[in-house]
Design a protein around this ligand. Sequence first.
Ligand code: HXC
Length: 251
Amino acid sequence: MILTEVQGRAGVIRLNRPAALNALCDQLMGELGEALGRFDADPAIAAIVLTGSERAFAAGADIKEMQNRRFPGTYLHDFIGARWEAVLTVRKPVIAAVAGFALGGGCELAMMCDLILAAETAKFGQPEINLGIIPGAGGSQRLTHAIGKSKAMEMVLTGRMMNAEEAERAGLVARVVPAESLVSEAVALAEKIGGLSAPAVAMAKEAVNAAFELPLREGVRLERRLFLGLFGTEGQKEGMAAFLEKRKPRF
Ligand code: HXC
């Protein structure tokens, strides 16, 4: 249910379940976790691009699979848990390249990535309320952090979708790009990251993500420790020497 390919330094993962608009069923999430782990462990890969089809990044968790689930089975078998959060354990940057629908769990999956690039066709939403449920993979928290309480509340309470332009204005996505160049823009970003010092990239990712999880004081402390740690890397020596010698750094 997924396709993978390597483009330069980017590991590209494409969700590929077109008949169900990439609804995120157990099998797909299992395959996704394996692919993420494989690319994360591959030293030739600098960053991962996660994308879907032109019509849908993912239209949510699989409603057919969820329909007959019962509590406490969902709880005991950790229905969401590790399988859904595999992307959070990846140490390399993960770029969500979103075209079409990113709804419910699809929007949550995109928000678990480190940044979102959106095609002009992208539509984001948390429509769970229309199914008698609420977001369950972090949507109420990450959307609120990203776009603020009022807008997040409106979307979660009503299921209203947001188009790419509104999502960019609200700060949910880094950039909107033409649909036909969505994946190539994401790969170009991965290439750019691939040319930088790998420890600095990993620490930059850790520091920014900490802003979502730690109080300001703790976040700043973590940043300080990471920053100082970088003075023990070749990358810092090379980066600063190159600047002073007016040449390009070779990381
Ligand atoms: C299962 C889905 C699906 C989903 C679409 N399909 N979304 N199947 N789970 N989430 C299937 C449809 O049943 C249909 O299959 C086919 O994909 C095409 O969808 P259509 O509805 O015919 O397409 P369209 O009319 O273009 O409408 C697109 C859409 C709509 C607006 C995206 O499909 C839709 O509203 N989907 C559900 C969105 C949603 O509620 N997501 C949140 C899920 S809950 P057939 O076989 O009929 O052709 C969730 C909770 C996460 O994500 C919590 C963490 C685990």
